[in-house]
Design a protein around this ligand. Structure first.
Ligand SMILES: NC(=O)c1ccc[n+]([C@@H]2O[C@H](COP(=O)([O-])OP(=O)(O)OC[C@H]3O[C@@H](n4cnc5c(N)ncnc54)[C@H](OP(=O)(O)O)[C@@H]3O)[C@@H](O)[C@H]2O)c1
Length: 173
């Protein structure tokens, strides 16, 4: 399974601005890039704080998986083969989906879920948008633990005059 992570962060490495999600502070150009990738993905994995029932509606032909320690809280939203809530570990989840025939996964997770995937060396690609902003406080790209992950820059694009950068990295394994 090829797993790509999609992230937008401030220059000081924050993926939330004082608790607010990117829909509030990321550039229009990043939002366009985010939706273009999302719209092409057939398998999307996120953390429960990113799940919004009014926005994350089930789409036929797309499998969306929300990681939560309490999937039972979300049974009213679950739709078989379209919207699923699970407390499986990343490696168990990936193995199950590979057996179902999926070859690509898009991670739109935040700090915690992303870190769990990195710990298991499951991330292959990172698409990181850097917004020219400093927030000081907010969630980091990964948790405050010891990681030693090397990335190789594959591509870089400037998305607007303000200087929003889109960096495409391969994770070295
Ligand atoms: N800037 C960006 O690119 C970006 C990307 C993604 C998210 N965000 C922002 O980050 C914030 C958090 O989003 P998120 O929920 O996607 O972040 P997350 O940190 O990946 O996930 C947090 C939630 O996922 C569940 N979780 C974490 N580890 C788990 C595990 N090992 N097994 C099962 N469930 C686990 C927990 O849900 P329960 O509490 O339900 O157990 C936890 O509250 C939001 O404000 C979001 O907008 C920003």
């Amino acid at each position: 399974m090829k797993i790509a992570l999609l992230y937008v962060a401030s220059v000081d490495g924050k993926i939330t601005k004082w608790g607010n999600s990117p829909s509030i502070w990321a550039s229009e150009e990043d939002a366009k890039h985010f939706h273009a990738i999302l719209d092409k993905s057939k398998l999307i994995v996120m953390g429960s704080k990113s799940f919004k029932p009014t926005v994350s509606k089930p789409i036929p032909g797309v499998r969306r998986i929300v990681l939560t320690r309490t999937p039972q809280k979300y049974t009213e939203f679950a739709v078989p083969s379209q919207l699923e809530f699970t407390s499986e570990s990343p490696e168990v989840l990936v193995e199950r989906l590979e057996k179902e025939g999926f070859k690509e996964m898009l991670l739109v997770s935040g700090t915690r879920v992303t870190s769990e995937f990195f710990k298991k060396h499951l991330v292959d690609e990172l698409w990181l948008t850097i917004e020219p902003k400093l927030f000081g406080s907010g969630n980091g790209l990964i948790t405050d633990e010891q990681f030693d992950i090397s990335l190789k820059l594959m591509d870089v694009k400037q998305l607007n005059n303000q200087g929003t950068l889109l960096l495409q990295y391969k994770v070295q394994k």
